[in-house]
Write a protein that binds this ligand. Structure first.
Ligand code: NAP
Length: 474
């Protein structure tokens, strides 16, 4: 059992309120962490402001982030185990998350070294003749970061690392289910010589700690990853702030008759069920061309039936538990509802303890919840299409728009889909679940309003200041 205070102004603080962190797999107590409140958020913002009063030069920010990357790499097994314990993520998938966090920190370090403004071509207009102008990127101010349970390390890094690279101090509220990983990251950044106040980690409920951060007048930017409902609610509450949103999805994977069916079926089996489907870009809706539908359904069902389900700490496990039994029951109810409405259950559908067996449904229709809502569970629904127009309409028939995957051998289909799918990313011959940490990642429609990846996040977290020199003829 691990015990952590909250991380405030470069020190551990114990409060009189404690959050219990339980394993989603067997309910055992993983750890206890001190919880904050609005008053602690106030102290954290003040500490962050004091830190920013002594700006860190970019080369120092870069060195700190590079050292942190190295330290996470050195502790990769401890981080992976912690993620497996508190998030219920299978250990082999947790190791991938840790490797990605190292990459995120490394790319942020590069951004710190290279971040620059632009020279403005003033003399391109007659009125600009004799003037020289450039922009510099200044830190926006204290960043308020709020993160979800499903990537407790890498998604925290996607906020903290670009903020440090941009010269912004951070107050982070991690998900209540998974605060230990974030507190361990604070330890790493302290060892990497991040001065006090630059990172404050305040666990506590979204309604109290999250809300206090959102509404704090001295926090000009909120960077939020989580559900659409909470994210857009925050956006509406503070219209005068910059609110960066990375939200949910209902990812389609579209399979044309000319596709490599083996690769596509493997992509569904792997990426529909990893971390029990609890990824914002998990494969949820499989749209398959009518002529190959029967064969493809059989291939997917066979592969999914072989997935190892069980203890996240077991090296063999591919699919672990949902984060709570409430979520398990919700997803089970959506499966049953779809079956009652005419969907065919190809595999799975049963609950065993905290686990929901990986489930594949066929003949899924757009009005079923497993199609039109974000399932966030180990369920893939297959729907057949007859033409490219129908495939586009079905894929776009969702309020969400994060990433979509298309499998086809036809360059025409590939470009047509890339043009017509309303998603932040369209991946050809790849699952919608693919992400590397330097790429621009984010959604349209209800899925969000920004792009993460250190290069992009750093720009969101800085403001451009224009400087004009008169009487200069360069
Ligand atoms: P969530 O319930 O929306 O919670 C996300 C964070 O918001 C948690 O830290 C939560 O705190 C906090 N929160 C809740 N209510 C709040 C409020 N009123 N004010 C301020 N903060 C509040 O999401 P989740 O269940 O942790 O994560 C799953 C969702 O995240 C899915 O929809 C998934 O698609 C999305 N997601 C998106 C991305 C992306 O990059 N687009 C990546 C990963 C996940 P508590 O934990 O204390 O409730």
């Amino acid at each position: 059992m691990q015990r952590f205070g909250l991380w405030l102004d470069g020190r551990w603080h114990e409060t009189d309120r404690w959050l219990e962190v339980h394993s989603p797999y067997d309910g055992s107590l993983v750890g206890m962490v001190s919880a904050g409140n609005a008053q602690v958020v106030q102290q954290a913002v003040e500490a962050a402001q004091r830190a920013m009063a002594h700006p860190l030069p970019p080369y120092q920010r870069a060195e700190i982030l590079a050292r942190a990357a190295h330290l996470v790499e050195q502790r990769r097994e401890d981080f992976a185990r912690t993620i497996a314990l508190e998030a219920g993520k299978p250990i082999k998938t947790a190791r991938i998350e840790v490797a990605r966090a190292v990459s995120t920190l490394t790319f942020a370090s590069i951004e710190a070294r290279t971040l620059t403004g632009d020279v403005v071509p003033m003399s391109g207009a007659a009125a600009g003749a004799g003037k020289f102008a450039f922009t510099v990127r200044e830190p926006i101010g204290v960043v308020g970061a709020i993160t979800p349970f499903n990537f407790p390390l890498n998604l925290v890094c996607h906020k903290v690392a670009p903020a440090i690279a941009a010269g912004c101090a951070v107050v982070l509220k991690p998900a209540s289910a998974t605060p230990i990983t974030a507190l361990k990251l604070a330890e790493v950044l302290m060892e990497a010589d991040l001065p006090r106040g630059w990172l404050n980690v305040i666990p506590g409920s979204g309604g109290e700690v999250g809300n206090a951060l959102v509404e704090h007048p001295d926090v000009p930017l909120i960077s939020f990853t989580g559900s659409a409902e909470v994210g857009w609610g925050i956006r509406a509450r503070v219209p005068h702030k910059k609110v960066l949103l990375e939200l949910g999805n209902s990812s389609p994977l579209i399979v044309f008759e000319d596709a490599d069916l083996e690769t596509a079926a493997q992509a569904v089996a792997t990426h529909g069920f990893s971390h029990a489907g609890q990824s914002c870009i998990s494969v949820q809706r499989v749209l398959v061309h009518e002529p190959v539908a029967e064969t493809f359904e059989r291939m997917v069902a066979e592969k999914v039936a072989q997935l190892a389900v069980g203890d996240p700490l077991d090296e063999k496990t591919h699919v672990g538990p949902l984060i709570t039994t409430t979520d398990r029951d919700r997803v089970k109810a959506w499966i049953d509802e779809a079956v009652s409405a005419g969907a065919r259950l190809l595999v799975g559908g049963e609950v065993e303890g905290t686990l929901l067996q990986p489930t594949v449904l066929a003949d899924v229709t757009p009005e079923m919840k497993v199609f039109c809502r974000e399932v966030f569970g180990p369920v893939v629904g297959i729907t057949r299409f007859k033409s490219i127009d129908e495939a586009v309409d079905l894929a776009n028939a969702t309020e969400y728009g994060l990433q979509a995957g298309v499998f086809t051998a036809s360059i025409h289909n590939a470009f047509e889909m890339a043009k017509r799918l309303r998603f932040g990313g369209v991946l050809i011959n790849e699952a919608p679940t693919y992400r590397t940490d330097q790429m621009p990642y984010g959604g349209v429609k209800a899925s969000g309003n920004t792009r993460e990846g250190p290069h992009y996040a750093v720009r969101e977290m800085t403001v451009e200041k224009l400087v004009i020199l008169n009487g200069v003829n360069l």
